[in-house]
Design a protein around this ligand. Structure first.
Ligand SMILES: [Zn+2]
Length: 280
C-alpha cells in the first residue's frame, strides 16, 4: 500500500557510526522534528549528542537508501532544542517525507515495545536482546518476547452503487468510515471479516476479496483491508460500538477519514471504480 523507498530493516547497528544517520527521536509517542513553514524533517546527524539531548534508549532500525536509521527516546519533560518540536505522528503525516513517516511509524512501535518489555513476563528477570531477529530473550527461562502486533481487519461492503459507512462512538464528530475490528485468536482473516460485519451492523456479506494492508502505529496494529458485497439482512446496530450506519452513494458522502488511512484508500478505490473519486 505504502511506498517504502529503499528501506532495509536491520537489528544490529554498524560498529562505528561515522556518517550522518536519520534519528527518529521520540518523547513518549511524539516525534522530534525541525519545523519549517509547510514541511518538516527530522535530525540527520552522526550522533544525537549534537542536539544536546539525553537519550534514554536507542534501537537500530535499518537503513534507508544506505543511510542508517535509529529510534531513540528522550525522558518525559525534555524540552525540544531551538527550532524543533515534539509532534504526534498523525500531525506529522503529509508534512514529513513519506519514506521517513513510515519508518517513524515503525520506530515508535519498537520504542514502545522496548520500553514495556524490560523484564520476562514469566519469571521477572531482565531480558536481553537477540541479534538474529527483533526479539528479546529471557536468560533464565528462554521465553522469547517479540514486538506486539495486533492484526485488525477493515472491510468496505458495497451494494450496487452504494457503500456501507458507519460511525464508531470514538470518531471525530460527523465522520463515517468502513467497518474494522481486531482478529481474535484462532480466527482466519475472512472469518474475522464476516464476524465483525455481522456483529456491528447485522448483515450478511459475500465475495470477500483482499485489498491491501497497512501498518497502523496507533499504537501497534496491522490493518488488513478487504472488499465484500452485501448478501442479505437489514442493518441492526451494535450500539455499544456503532452509533450510526447506512448505505451511501458517491453523490452524498459524510465526512471521511484522512488520506493516511487504508479506510480512505478503500473508499477512494470504490469511488474511483464508479468514476467518482471524491476530492477534498
Ligand atoms: Zn523468563
Amino acid at each position: 500500500m505504502t511506498s517504502r523507498g529503499k528501506f532495509v530493516s536491520g537489528i544490529v547497528p554498524p560498529e562505528v557510526q561515522s556518517d550522518p544517520a536519520w534519528w527518529f527521536v521520540f518523547q513518549e509517542s511524539k516525534l522530534l522534528v525541525y519545523q519549517k513553514s509547510d514541511s518538516i524533517t527530522i535530525p540527520f546527524l552522526v550522533k544525537p549528542d549534537e542536539l544536546s539531548l539525553i537519550i534514554t534508549s536507542r534501537n537500530y532500525l535499518g537503513h534507508l537508501n544506505s543511510r542508517h536509521c535509529y529510534a531513540a527516546e528522550v525522558a518525559e519533560g525534555t524540552s525540544p532544542p531551538a527550532g524543533m518540536a515534539f509532534e504526534g505522528l498523525r500531525q506529522v503525516y503529509g508534512r514529513l517525507e513519506d519514506d521517513l513517516f513510515w519508518i517513524a511509524a515503525r520506530a515508535v512501535q519498537i520504542i514502545d515495545w522496548d520500553r514495556t518489555h524490560q523484564f520476562c513476563g514469566r519469571c521477572g528477570v531482565p531480558l536481553r536482546p537477540r541479534t538474529a531477529e527483533r526479539a528479546k530473550e529471557c536468560p533464565q527461562c528462554g521465553l522469547l518476547h517479540f514486538p506486539r502486533l495486533a492484526p485488525a481487519i477493515i472491510v468496505l461492503v458495497e451494494r450496487g452503487n452504494q457503500l456501507l459507512l458507519a460511525r464508531s462512538r470514538h470518531f471525530m464528530p460527523g465522520m463515517y468510515s468502513v467497518l474494522a475490528g481486531f482478529v481474535e485468536p484462532g480466527e482466519s482473516l475472512e472469518e474475522a471479516v464476516v464476524r465483525e460485519v455481522k456483529e456491528e451492523v447485522g448483515i450478511e456479506i459475500k465475495d470477500i476479496k483482499y485489498f491491501g494492508s497497512q501498518p497502523w502505529p496507533f499504537p501497534h496494529s496491522l490493518m488488513i483491508g478487504f472488499t465484500a458485497t452485501y448478501a442479505g439482512g437489514e442493518i441492526a446496530l451494535d450500539d455499544k460500538e456503532i452509533e450510526d450506519a447506512g448505505w451511501y452513494t458517491a453523490e452524498k458522502l459524510p465526512r471521511l477519514p484522512g488520506r493516511i488511512s487504508i479506510a480512505r484508500k478503500l473508499i477512494d478505490g470504490f469511488l474511483a471504480k464508479q468514476g467518482k473519486l471524491h476530492e477534498d
